[in-house]
Design a protein around this ligand. Sequence first.
Ligand code: CIZ
Length: 306
Amino acid sequence: MSSNREIKQDIRRLAEERDAIILAHNYQPDEIQELADITGDSLGLSIAASETSKKVIVFCGVYFMAESAAILSPEKTVLLPRIDAGCPLADSITPQELRKVKAQHPGVPVVTYVNSSADVKAESDICCTSANAVRVVQSLESGEVLLTPDRNLGKFIASQTDKTCHIWDGCCCIHDELPIEDLRRCIEAHPDAVVLAHPECQPQILALADHVLSTSGMLNHAGKSSEKKFIIATEMGLLYQLRRENPDKEFILASAKLLCRSMKLTTLKDVHRSLATMTPIITVPEEIRVPAKKALDRMLAVPRDN
Ligand code: CIZ
């Protein structure tokens, strides 16, 4: 049996041979993030994938993330080392269900969180991330919006805008089920810590947070802040980058329950097998890819805050 060091060396050799770049989401296991050429959030990684000259993208994450890379880079081969790495939030709405809701609200623009399947994006007017959701909604002329699929992100957006928000009832069970007692205990034990919470958490969790941020927002904030201690309310994988980039600061996970099993499926052996066999390849049919890309492109065209 090869050691992790040998497997990593062989992955590097294969990546070179295949002209591949290895991307790892912020929630991946530590050894996968350590191995990756680039780590980040799902959209940031897909944009990085579209900008690289490499022909093969190894996406260490979950299914919808590899789909996003395939939507933005149809000319590249996108590998997802674990084909069974799904996302219950993305699965919480089907395109058929979305079409039904759209029929109930004719003319109301659909804003879909990037944590969704390609065919749901294809039925949407514009995408958003947890970092730009409020800005995307504010950029729309309509006074009414349909927000899918995350109800907690939807409620957070609704709290930040005067627009009428119709919210789909999906959620990320990891963020949604964060026990408030765990967070309260953490705050009591570390009253000097700054609380950073992800908008996929329930409103009563966000009410206890100092800042509501995406994973990239948390990394930016922690890096720039003069504060030294943070309580983190998102999936535990983010602690790897937070600690690596800020060795002088302390990061405390709000609850030991913040663990996504799907995100933790990928192993070094899976990455090795994927590169050796060039499977499983993720593709998105053109009739879905083109409208899904339009929804992503509309989001990317929304001006950023200065
Ligand atoms: O979109 C992503 O990458 C996720 C799952 C969360 C975030 O806030 O970055």
